[in-house]
Design a protein around this ligand. Structure first.
Ligand code: FES
Ligand code: FES
Length: 160
């Protein structure tokens, strides 16, 4: 069965025909060609596919595309500002070594963005909790936590 759904994708109104078994991850990558969102385990365990739905981080591999009707989806591409300016979280990951092979990075960045929206000054334990659904094989997490701490500082300075 197919259904026409409409939603907001990275700030733009879009619509697509989706089949009932289709997940948001496939819709983003295949229909909208947004390849920043990564397919990892496909089972809700690695967080590589994390995107924001109405500001909340979700595993898009388990999120039925049907259910995004009327909602707002943000992918890692949608964080980039005018003139291709990186979002503070993206910038801090690049500068503080939070990215190595990069496979986990889009998902990590989306979880970090959701965390900092709710908690602009997280402690290290809160940061670790915020990314507990995202696995990284490369960094040992130290640089990722440092990147998020740095992004929080940057965002507080920008807001001040
Ligand atoms: S691919 Fe979605 S959680 Fe691993
Ligand atoms: S940077 Fe390689 S998996 Fe995290």
């Amino acid at each position: 069965m197919k259904k026409l759904i409409s939603f907001t994708l990275n700030g733009h109104e879009v619509s697509a025909e989706v089949e009932s078994h289709r997940m948001l991850l496939e819709l983003l990558r295949e229909t909208f060609d947004l390849k920043g969102t990564k397919p990892g385990c496909g089972q809700g365990e690695c967080g590589a596919c994390t995107v924001l739905v109405d500001g909340v981080n979700v595993d898009s591999c388990l999120y039925p595309a049907f259910e995004i009707e009327g909602k707002s989806v943000t992918t890692v591409e949608g964080l980039i500002g005018e003139g291709n300016k990186l979002h503070p979280v993206q910038k801090s990951f690049v500068e503080r070594g939070g990215i190595q092979c990069g496979f986990c990075s889009p998902g990590m960045i989306m979880s970090a963005t959701a965390l900092l929206k709710d908690n602009p000054s997280p402690g290290d334990e809160e940061i670790k909790r915020g990314i507990s659904g995202n696995l990284c094989r490369c960094t040992g997490y130290v640089q990722i936590v440092e990147s998020i701490r740095n992004a929080a500082e940057r965002m507080r300075e920008n807001a001040g």
